[in-house]
Design a protein around this ligand. Structure first.
Ligand code: AGP
Length: 643
């Protein structure tokens, strides 16, 4: 939650003939913030520094979305800067006001922060006792003052007035180390000071932070989206590292104060992947990205001998053969992807699979051993609850496999192995293409384990892979044939106040996901149920005209199919308006359906890759018909980096 971005360019640059990257910190920060706005949009702000004699540190901030900050900047008209830091906020300490917006200023410096400082009350008392007046309710402002108190003391210890910019930057590095050593909780912190206008000083513990390495300029961001328009060369930041960025150097110190060389990588996303590309919203665009997301996640997984290979699988095959249980830890949509995985992996591999909401996992003393494989699913790779679940599982001796979309993220780095989904950047808060690619990656994992453990013959694995390979074209066709009708349905039902979603088998997690999509983007009450559970209570909710979505399994699985047909009849008999998602040619549903959404045939276990798509389209259309911002729903943030 919260997005932070930093840029530092050459000092000699505040003139039109300056070096590349010069004086453009404001441009970089605004571009970065617009790409990070999905992480929080309660307020936004920037701090800019420049080396001349005028105003050397400028802070501009505004409550509300980034456009409000742009308007405030138009009014303030800041001069070109050599370095700057920016922030887009999801409020934790203190409401979403301009006062609480970052950056927070203290003395000569300004600070942005993502995370939560748990001991901030004691530290606030200390800062106030030192004579500082705090203007906000945030934990971050306390950190800004702590930094400034320490920094001022170090400056005063030198000869008055003789500390040049390089020495000031070095002293602020020391202050950053001293202050962060005292902080409890999580943070990615960036600081600039007018005494060192060519530098950013940063630190990280358990909140995301990555470095962007440019030509004569350098960048920082909560994720690579912050700087991908300017450089694709990125470097990792580990916990408890402190950094000094200048235009031509990045210095990283580890917790012991040693200079270390960070791991670097090339970002494969290009900036155009994170723009709307002609669609009205990111959610629309990402729904349409889904055929490519599935295809890309499947890409390059089969060797010359037709075997499934997962190059990233760094866990010893002997260990994978010996596991007797899989626990999937994840939150929200990612947990529903794990729920689908349970059906597939148990069926293919005969290994019990438990699904655990990551935030419940470590608090219930779970039974985990060396024979447990923990699978963490996360689009961002930064969900704090999931990070803690991975850490807890590993402490108990379990190997952790991450299914993650964001390269270099914390979960990817802390797990024993990573299976990357190749969905590209997902910007809309509501997860769509990430869900589908997570399910695809889970299928790959299941088939890989089945192949390795001998549960399936090679030709069986090859058959499944062939069927998976056909899914992108089927999603494409489904979009082409059903999108308009589903959109119209969403518009027609925009005034409804309640919806039910029913499914059996793999249709059950899809029902849960359909309800979540509607809740989060349209703010409508919606519940997903296992269809068989209906008679055990939820059917009491059914009344005249209540829209009920029912995901019907293929008629080629009559045991499942016929039971769901009975469930449709049960709700219809009580006045429900039934919206049925059924396979093409399944005429058994027709007499009981007010609306039928037709889906191309596919193997039962792969059905979620198709059935979820109309539910995503429906939620987006209904929300738009209500005049809502589907990309940035109220109260939410894309990446939940606090517990
Ligand atoms: C779903 O639309 C939400 N964005 C949310 O449930 C999300 O899936 C969850 O917070 C997990 O996020 P992650 O995949 O980044 O870990």
């Amino acid at each position: 939650m919260c997005g932070i971005v930093g840029h530092v360019g050459p000092l000699n640059s505040i003139n039109p003939a300056g070096a590349p990257g010069s004086g453009r910190s404001l441009e970089v920060l605004l571009d970065g913030l617009s790409r990070l706005e999905y992480r929080g949009y309660d307020s936004a702000g920037i701090a800019l520094v420049r080396p001349d004699d005028g105003e050397r540190l400028t802070v501009v901030k505004a409550a509300g979305k980034l456009d409000n900050l742009r308007a405030a900047l138009d009014e303030a008209g800041p001069a070109p800067a050599t370095a700057g830091i920016g922030h887009t906020r999801w409020a934790t300490h203190g409401g979403p006001t301009t006062e609480n917006a970052h950056p927070h200023r203290a003395g000569t410096l300004a600070v942005v922060h993502n995370g939560i400082i748990e001991n901030f009350r004691a530290l606030r008392a200390e800062v106030e006792e030192a004579g500082r007046t705090l203007l906000s309710a945030t934990d971050t402002e306390v950190v800004a003052h702590l930094l400034d108190l320490d920094f001022s003391a170090r400056l005063a210890a030198g000869e008055a007035g003789t500390v040049g910019p390089d020495a000031a930057a070095a002293l602020l590095v020391e202050s950053m180390r001293a202050v962060t050593d005292r902080l409890e909780g999580t943070f990615a912190l960036l600081a600039v000071t007018e005494l060192a206008p060519g530098a950013i000083i940063a630190a990280r513990r358990s909140s995301p932070l990555v470095i962007g390495l440019g030509e004569g300029e350098n960048f920082l961001g909560s994720d690579v989206a912050a700087f991908v328009a300017f450089t694709t060369h990125a470097a990792e930041v580990d916990d408890d590292q402190v950094l000094l960025l200048t235009a031509d150097a990045v210095t990283v110190w580890d917790a012991a104060g040693n200079v270390v060389t960070p791991n670097t990588w090339e970002v494969s996303w290009d900036a155009s992947a994170a723009v709307k590309g002609g669609y009205e919203t990111f959610m629309d665009k990402e729904i349409h990205d889904q055929p490519t997301a599935v295809a890309d996640t499947l890409l390059g997984r089969v060797n010359d001998r037709g075997e499934l290979v997962l190059d990233e699988m760094r866990i010893d095959p002997a260990v994978l053969r010996s596991i007797d249980k899989i626990i999937v830890v994840a939150c929200g949509t990612a947990a529903y992807a794990g729920h689908v995985a349970k059906y597939a992996i148990e069926h293919w591999c005969r290994i019990p699979v438990e699904i655990e909401l990551a935030h419940e996992f470590r608090y219930r003393d779970p039974i985990v051993s060396e024979k447990t494989l923990t699978v963490a699913i996360s689009q961002s790779g930064e969900t704090m609850d999931t990070i803690h679940a991975v850490r807890h599982a590993r402490e108990q001796g379990s190997r952790a496999l991450a299914i993650v979309n964001t390269y270099g993220s914390t979960i990817a780095r802390e797990a024993d192995a990573v299976l990357y989904t190749h969905a590209g950047p997902e910007v809309a808060v509501a997860s769509t293409k990430a869900f589908i690619s997570q399910i695809t990656a889970c299928y790959l994992l299941g088939l890989y384990l089945a192949q390795l453990r001998g549960n399936k013959w090679p030709d069986e694995v090859a058959d499944y892979l062939e069927n998976l390979g056909k899914m992108p074209a089927k999603i494409e066709r489904l979009l082409a044939e059903q999108e308009d009708m589903v959109r119209e349905l969403g518009e027609q039902l925009a005034d409804q106040t309640s919806f039910l979603f029913l499914g059996r088998h793999v249709g059950y997690p899809v029902a849960l996901e359909g309800a979540l999509k509607l809740k989060e983007v349209a703010y409508v009450h919606a519940e997903g149920f296992a269809a068989g559970e209906l008679k055990h209570g939820p059917i009491a909710l059914v009344e005249e005209g209540l829209p009920v979505f029912v995901i019907v399994p293929t008629p080629r699985r009559p045991v499942l199919h016929d039971k769901v047909i009975s469930n449709i009849q049960e709700v219809r008999a009580r006045g429900a308006r039934t919206i049925v998602i059924a396979e093409e040619g399944d005429e058994a549903v027709t007499p009981f359906a007010d609306t039928v959404i037709r889906i191309p045939a596919a193997p039962t276990l792969m059905w979620p890759l198709l059935t979820v798509v109309p539910l995503q389209i429906f939620a987006a259309a209904l929300a738009k018909a209500r005049g809502l911002d589907v990309d940035q729903p109220r109260n939410l943030a894309k990446s939940v980096t606090v517990e």
